[in-house]
Design a protein around this ligand. Structure first.
Ligand code: MN
Length: 206
């Protein structure tokens, strides 16, 4: 999942004649703050997908339990292929039998502020901090607000082990305990207010 892979992995896994997901051709970043999106994906296993815009793609992690607002929770985050920027808007049903088949809702989205610094307090390029396996950022979403960090604890430069990261709410910035993550089956889309079941019922037969 190094830099320069672009969207080749993403496109290689999908048949755009069958899935309604965006092919992401010819789009590049707009100005302004970088974007993030958290989707709930009812695939073979129900999980959250956490995506951060880095340059022209959404860097992506599958987070089985979803992000937590409680700094005491360490959430496993497994990297997946870069997604196109338009994926931020994707909500719908990926047909059964296709890659990632199942229902997707946009649980939260917004902008984020990169916060990575080196030991001398100088700001580090965000993509570079991810390459080094540790990045901090402040989310400005409809639901998620505050400072989070992604830290790689397995794989990466040191070998063949599959990469694994932790997504953690940092204790700085007035984070409070006990807010956790809502039940993904009851959670509503930040875009349309719909639940997974509602999207499955409305978009499933298209
Ligand atoms: Mn997914």
């Amino acid at each position: 999942m190094g830099e320069g892979d672009g969207l080749r992995d993403y496109r290689g896994r999908r048949d755009f004649g069958r899935t309604g997901e965006p092919a992401g051709r010819g789009t590049s970043a707009r100005g302004g703050e970088p974007r993030f999106v958290v989707q709930i994906h009812d695939a073979s296993t129900l999980h959250f997908d956490f995506r951060l815009q880095v340059a022209d793609v959404l860097r992506s992690w599958s987070v089985p339990k979803g992000p937590s607002a409680d700094p005491g929770d360490k959430r496993l985050a497994v990297p997946t292929e870069d997604h196109p920027l338009e994926y931020e808007e994707f909500e719908g049903v990926i047909p059964a039998g296709e890659y990632g088949g199942g229902t997707v809702i946009v649980w939260d989205h917004g902008t984020y502020e990169p916060l990575s610094h080196d030991r001398r307090g100088r700001r580090v390029d965000f993509g570079e901090s991810l390459a080094h396996g540790h990045a901090r950022f402040r989310l400005h979403g409809a639901k998620l607000r505050g400072e989070y960090a992604l830290t790689r604890f397995r794989g990466g430069r040191d070998g063949d082990a599959e990469e694994a990261w932790l997504l953690v709410r940092t204790a700085t910035g007035g984070a409070s305990r006990g807010s956790g993550t809502p039940d993904p089956r009851r959670a509503r889309s930040a875009r349309t207010g719909r639940t997974l079941a509602r999207v499955a019922a409305e978009d499933g037969e298209k």
